[in-house]
Design a protein around this ligand. Structure first.
Ligand code: PLP
Length: 380
């Protein structure tokens, strides 16, 4: 069966151009980048080219990019690396209630070690409460980490406003931009971002490789110690093929940014309008305006999202649900709970995330299938 994939926030397909760049590094270009002979140096150069491609996407210096094994690892390095390096300065970190588990669970780990974490509330559309954030700042605050855009509901945060606040109080500002990077323009310099996490597999690159931008002058401890790769900040023989793939996917993302945004917005807005027109009792979650170009997140009344997910799957359609189900008992995600969605609606929540491969015909097929299943539900 032909797969119609609407889960691009979960992962994306590696583009042919990206794969082709990567292939030699799995076989003929096998040198260790730390080796001094030519085939080692060749791979070192490949890594440095990729570093430039990543830096150009977010407008930073090449030596401000560190390669990691994932977006999750970039988030871990940020929270733990900054916490450990600033022990003398303070023990307080500010984040939001709707962060990715890589942030929230790193915070939980730090709490066990005595750090204090403030989890800021968000409004109904998922935007962080700036006044609460300011109120939480103390002379112990060493880091503010707020995601650029949310992976479930697509809400884009007022990043520049938050970075200005952080600057005013001389606090390091990190943003998890794994969903935003490559999907909307990011300029770390003009936006005043000190640290930023990104991941290749969310932007048509390979899985298992990410990057962390750290503004020059910011000290952070290493949490993976070893042979001293990545200036001693992230040891381990480099995933050369993955890094080359990440570099290429960043280059393509930069080149195609405008057309990518236009395409995804058109699909998204068409889908949102059609759902709201054709299906009664639906609620669009997240912000209508401050929203990732490819994200639509709907709650369908009197619907079990997991049942709907598997019905759609039977037609080759991939989407994601907003709750984790165990033995028929579904618990809404922390994001849906934080935006105040009633449990009944939360249980019928589906995330649709569009990508480069989707066409309007695919969206029509999705709409037909949705209508078929939802309008024919037995709600007795
Ligand atoms: C996917 C995702 C991550 C984790 O990235 P991985 O490379 O899959 O570890 C972190 N934050 C957000 C917002 C994400 O969407």
């Amino acid at each position: 069966m032909d797969i119609k994939y609407f889960d691009n926030a979960a992962t994306t397909r590696v583009k042919e151009e990206v794969l082709n760049e990567m292939i030699p590094y799995f076989s003929i270009q096998y040198g260790n980048p730390s080796s001094l002979y030519s085939i080692g140096r060749y791979n070192k150069r490949a890594i440095e080219k990729a570093r430039r491609q990543v830096a150009e996407l977010i407008n930073c210096e090449t030596n401000e990019i560190y390669f990691t094994a994932s977006g999750s690892e970039s988030d871990n390095i940020t929270l733990k690396g900054i916490a450990y390096a600033n022990k003398e300065k303070g023990n307080h970190i500010i984040t939001s209630k709707i962060e990715h588990p890589a942030i929230l669970n790193s915070c939980k780990a730090l709490e066990k070690q005595g750090y204090k974490i403030s989890y800021i509330n968000v409004d109904k559309s998922g935007i962080v409460d700036i006044n609460e954030l300011i109120k939480e700042i103390t002379n112990q605050t060493i880091l503010i980490s707020i995601m650029f855009a949310n992976n479930e509901i697509g809400t884009i945060q007022p990043i520049e406003e938050i970075s200005k606040i952080a600057k005013k109080y001389n606090i390091i500002f990190h943003t998890d931009a794994v969903q935003a990077c490559g999907n909307i323009p990011i300029d770390v310099k003009s936006m005043g971002i000190d640290m930023l996490s990104l991941s290749a597999h969310k932007i048509n690159g390979p899985k298992g490789v990410g990057a962390l931008y750290v503004k020059k002058g910011i000290e952070f401890d290493s949490i993976i110690n070893g042979g001293g790769q990545e200036k001693g900040k992230r040891s381990g023989t480099e995933n050369v093929a993955g890094i080359v793939g990440l570099g290429k996917s960043c280059e393509i993302a930069k080149k195609q940014m405008d057309s990518h945004i236009t395409k995804l917005r058109e699909l998204r807005d068409y889908f949102i309008n059609q759902v709201e027109e054709k299906i009664p009792n639906v609620k669009l979650n997240g912000s209508r305006e401050k929203r990732l170009p490819g994200n639509a997140n709907f709650s369908f009344k009197n619907t079990n999202s997991q049942e709907l997910l598997f019905k759609l799957d039977s037609k080759g359609i991939c989407v994601s649900s907003g709750s984790a189900c165990s033995a028929g008992n579904s618990n809404p995600s922390h994001v849906l709970t934080s935006i105040g969605l009633e449990k009944e609606l939360a249980q019928g929540t589906i995330r649709f995330t569009f990508g480069e491969d989707n066409s309007k015909e695919d969206v029509d097929y999705l709409l037909e299938s949705l209508e078929e299943f939802i309008l024919n539900q037995d709600n007795s």
